[in-house]
Design a protein around this ligand. Structure first.
Ligand SMILES: Nc1nc2c(ncn2[C@@H]2O[C@H](COP(=O)(O)OP(=O)(O)OP(=O)(O)O)[C@@H](O)[C@H]2O)c(=O)[nH]1
Ligand SMILES: [Mg+2]
Length: 267
């Protein structure tokens, strides 16, 4: 699930992340139509193949918090949505076909933080606090192409400090075992040092004739930002973490802690 302030690129990222088009049913939008605000919670199930393993993944897009004077209640529908999925699962567990439950619980929430402000806004703090006991929060810095590498490093440090300061519970990545192979340890440490992941989204695909592949880019007059280039964004780390290295952890934590808390609260 993607959550955050309006216009931070949530819908764009959801389409970039797994090279799918969540809104593919629509006719090809023109340039100004593309900047369409999401007005309701929408989901789409996509089949992806990751190292030979087929996965069915559901992406949930949510409307961003708007520009009203008081936005404190704007994320309540998101909290309700997460609870509804828990409730559905709880009902299914009590039903006749417990072994065939279609698990629609939200296992991960990418929380979008604006690249423009000075760290977290009070609304971000409030929203993350309300979400933290329902879902695994992974903070991301939106539109990272707006920041220079130095600004990005500073912003990441600042956000990590603020998350600690406000005692916001985000998803904790497990430590590597001492006997893990060195390549894996390096990959894991690169991934952890990228948090909060700096992401860039785009719906523009161009042909890279040198490498003979299609690449997603943000074309600017002065050059191209390649969405999947690790030098330009952390998207590759984020995707690998979501579908390869930490998918099981995310699911286990949702089931064993977050859903369990919900189930107990219902008793
Ligand atoms: N610079 C930059 N612009 C982006 C990026 N991702 C999206 N945009 C642009 O930001 C605008 C808003 O993008 P959306 O994906 O609609 O944002 P959203 O968060 O879904 O907005 P709401 O649906 O209102 O919550 C569009 O003009 C996008 O083209 C990015 O990574 N960098
Ligand atoms: Mg949107």
């Amino acid at each position: 699930m993607v959550v955050g302030e309006s216009g931070l690129g949530k819908s764009t990222l959801i389409n970039s992340l797994f090279l799918t088009d969540l809104y593919s049913g629509r006719t090809q939008p023109s340039a100004d139509e593309k900047i369409m605000r999401t007005v309701s919670i929408g989901k789409k199930t996509v089949d992806i193949q990751e190292k030979g393993v087929r996965l069915k993944l559901t992406l949930v897009d949510t409307p961003g918090f708007g520009d009203a004077l008081d936005n404190t209640e704007s994320f309540y529908p998101i909290l309700d949505y997460i609870d509804q999925q828990f409730e559905q699962y709880r009902m299914d567990e009590m039903g006749m076909h417990r072994t065939q439950i279609r698990d629609q619980r939200v296992h991960c929430c990418l929380y979008f933080i604006s690249p423009y402000g000075h760290g977290l806004k009070p609304l971000d703090v409030e929203c993350m606090r309300q979400l933290q006991d329902k879902v695994n929060i992974i903070p991301v810095i939106a539109k990272a192409d707006c920041l220079t590498p130095a600004e990005l490093r500073h912003k990441k440090d600042l956000i990590r400090c603020e998350i600690d300061h406000y005692q916001i519970k985000t998803f904790q990545f497990a430590d590597c075992d001492s006997d893990d192979d060195s390549e894996w340890v390096k990959q894991d440490s690169d991934m952890k040092s990228s948090i909060p992941f700096a992401v860039v989204g785009s719906t523009t695909v161009v042909r890279d004739s040198m490498r003979n592949i299609n690449v997603r880019v943000r074309p600017y007059p002065w050059g191209m930002v390649e969405v999947e280039n690790p030098a330009h964004s952390d998207l590759v780390h984020l995707r690998s973490m979501l579908v390869r290295t930490h998918m099981q952890d995310l699911k286990e934590k949702t089931n064993d802690q977050l859903y369990e808390q919900y189930r107990i609260s219902c008793m």
